[in-house]
Write a protein that binds this ligand. Sequence first.
Ligand SMILES: *Cc1c(COP(=O)(O)O)cnc(C)c1O
Length: 396
Amino acid sequence: MPDSLLLAAIADELEKIRADGLFKTERVLLSPQQKRIKTERGEAINFCANNYLGLANHPELVRAAKEALDRYGYGMASVRFICGTSEVHKQLEEKVARFLGMEDAILYSSCFDANAGLFETLLDERDAVISDQLNHASIIDGIRLCKAVRFRYGHGDMGSLEEQLRQAEKYRRKMVATDGVFSMDGDVARLGEICALAEKYGALTMVDDSHATGFFGPTGRGSPEYCGALGRVDIVTSTFGKALGGASGGFTAGRKEIVALLRQRSRPYLFSNSLPPVIAVATLRAIEMISASDQWARKVRDNALYFRKRIAEAGFAVRPGEHPIVPIMLGEARLAREMADALLDDGVYAIGFSYPVVPKGQARIRVQVSAAHEKEDLDLAVSAFRKAGERFKIVQ
Ligand SMILES: *Cc1c(COP(=O)(O)O)cnc(C)c1O
């Protein structure tokens, strides 16, 4: 049993998190994840889910999931290599690989696990990994788990990347690792240039495309397609927990030799339960739907451009770009928090982010636009922003 001193020390730590204004509370949803959500504070239009294609509660996925429960049951109660591989896992791996134009793919319980199990399998102390400074926590942790020598380049800074690649030249294997789209700014990695530099220095390129797979780029193949670098990225990791239905699960896609080795050695794959068949089936259905029709991808793209234009016209400072992550820059942490509260009072749910999630003085409200939104929802958000902005004297 922990002694009271230990518990008191933990309570102090919690108190410090509160005092620093960093304590995270969880708003409880009383409805499914969808455009209009119900919370204890009433109903609101949701602008903070990663539900980019609006598929999280799509009737077609719900139907596919119900049928899958009847046909495949509930849980696998095994890891993949003992008795946890269902035909639907194999189908989904093939579908993902084909969708992305990669040779093969391997499923994980999450993209976090995909990243946790990637680097250690391919790299050891003879190798180097070169990582964007703003990479997602799961890439950082995955790199921590491997023994490769670590190099970090300035965010999106190609001069810095080349400098690090030069320093890493003597190592056996080199791997450049980056998010495809960065979640706080909605900016896209410069994958054309990154691939060119990686090719020049004989490095592999790894992209975590969680905020892009299924909807970003001309046909939804993600940031490599958006950057015109399709076929040049060696390894793509991504999630099913965002655009592709939003339940959970992730994957690594790449050359068949790489995927084959991951199946033998990747620890989160070997030592964690396989994805529930119900999720595999619904994700398969999601990929079929978006392969057959671009209506959802087109809508989220149109919505993102429309909202970006309208909110800029309303006088707000927006990080430029085309991605449905739209950061509205406010500066002060308290302002971002109070603005988000005022928006919620007007039925618009978006979250304020401040230090240490984003740099000091760059607090913001991050709006995430979805294919589930209609023009009038976006108009409602813009007028709520305008009203709150006037009240807090950010816009006239
Ligand atoms: C959301 C996200 C993840 C985590 O995905 P899960 O499948 O929820 O574990 C990993 N990487 C990036 C870049 C993400 O945005």
